[in-house]
Design a protein around this ligand. Structure first.
Ligand SMILES: *Cc1c(COP(=O)(O)O)cnc(C)c1O
Length: 398
């Protein structure tokens, strides 16, 4: 395949929204990807925490192919067997009683915000405000940009929808002060992914949960990046022993096929009435057939404890980099880890050098590196990546 031709067409015909690496992949297997020149890469980016089962997983591929042969789409006007199977999987054995399927993370969050607004409005309560954290990331639609609350993403598109307040992440006293009577929900990521892989402190999340319960405010957790096993538990909130009212999932849920989900428990789970919300594509048979494979495989205790063990191994390897003075912090849970670099060494430069050496990482905010490999990554692949990163750090003269 002619890379220059692909690049030229893309650069002249596609809206210039992305600054891309000079790479185009053709195929992959497991945690390996191959580009147009045939070069092999070990993938610690996984399409930004999406390819949960890696690339070319045989069971996932054949489930998608089989479903595509039978039926790709028929509309939510009708019942849908893969969708009903997935809805059951996500509600039986979890704390949630109902689910709605969308096509992306932002759409799942839009659905969650509409759900909590409807819940309060139906009770005649003026509690339309949602309290979020600064440095959050909830998506790119106008409403999820308002929830995200970061000027760098939203400034060109103002005015944004009204009704979002922000406090500093992990600042419980500030959250308590901001929880006025017009706030109907608190919406947080249990680990802030895009802004630097920053976990919620145990006290912050547990105190927030307790306060929400006491005040009757809904707790919405955006688990679009942290959910579906990423952190070694099916939901990240399980690490904190709390029970949110609404959770959103997307990225890893169907192993790369676009999908999003809103999960809810208690009375808010039945707040939508027919006609309140909808989607043409959301939860179609193809996406749900893929998600059924991912949820069934990732949801077993064996699979989750393997993620936990591999995540600990990755953490141990990354902690060894603390000997370099430009490595300021190592954060995260399971197979979602971040390395905070000092301003002297730019994260993008490290990601570029690692890509040249055949290892894909992602950047994250605050000049950090993000490690979100496929959940099927091997210990050896972690070791190989860590050795290459050590070599690059050892040859960095700052
Ligand atoms: C990626 C992400 C989103 C947005 O998902 P899209 O599918 O890109 O719309 C929202 N919230 C979190 C926490 C994310 O990581």
């Amino acid at each position: 395949m002619d890379f220059d031709k692909i690049k030229q067409a893309e650069n002249s015909c596609y809206m210039p929204t992305f600054s891309r690496y000079n790479i185009c992949f053709t195929h992959g297997k497991g945690a390996k990807l191959y580009d147009t020149a045939g070069k092999e890469y070990t993938d610690f980016c996984a399409g930004i925490a999406v390819n949960a089962l890696g690339h070319g997983d045989e069971e996932l591929v054949s489930a998608i192919a089989e479903q595509a042969k039978k039926l790709i789409h028929a509309s939510n006007l009708y019942y849908n067997a893969p969708q009903s199977e997935l809805a059951e999987r996500l509600t039986s054995g979890t704390i949630f009683s109902r689910v709605f399927f969308a096509n992306s993370g932002a759409e799942a969050n839009e659905g969650a915000i509409k759900l909590v607004r409807k819940y309060w409005k139906a009770q005649g309560e003026n509690k339309y405000k949602v309290l979020c954290a600064s440095d959050a990331f909830h998506g790119r639609t106008l409403t999820t940009l308002a929830a995200t609350g970061q000027k760098k993403y939203s400034e060109p598109f103002e005015p944004l929808p009204d009704g979002f307040l922000h406090i500093n992440y992990n600042d419980f006293p500030a959250l308590k002060r901001a929880l006025t009577d017009d706030v109907g929900a608190v919406m947080l990521e249990p680990i802030q992914g895009e802004s630097g892989v920053t976990p919620a402190s145990y006290d912050f999340l547990v105190n927030t949960y307790a306060l929400c319960k006491e005040r009757g405010v809904l707790l919405v957790l955006d688990e679009i990046q942290t959910g579906v096993g990423r952190t070694g538990k099916f939901f990240c909130f399980e690490h904190y022993g709390i029970q949110p009212d609404v959770v959103t999932l997307a990225k890893g849920l169907a192993g790369g096929v676009p999908i999003g989900a809103v999960l809810a428990r208690g009375p808010v789970a039945t707040a939508f009435a027919p006609g309140d919300h909808g989607t043409t594509f959301g939860g179609n048979p193809l996406a749900c057939a893929a998600a059924n494979v991912v949820v069934r495989r990732v949801g077993t205790p064996e699979f989750l404890s393997r993620i936990e063990a591999l995540g600990q191994h990755l953490q141990n390897r990354l902690m060894m980099l603390r000997k370099y003075k430009f490595v300021e912090d190592v954060r995260g849970l399971g197979l979602m880890r971040g390395v905070q670099l000092s301003e002297k060494l730019k994260n993008a430069e490290v990601v570029g050098r690692m890509a040249s050496a055949g290892f894909l990482l992602a950047t994250a905010g605050r000049n950090s590196l993000r490690f979100v490999p496929p959940l099927i990554v091997s210990e050896k692949e972690i070791d190989d990546m860590a050795e290459k990163l050590t070599e690059i750090f050892a040859n960095t003269n700052i």
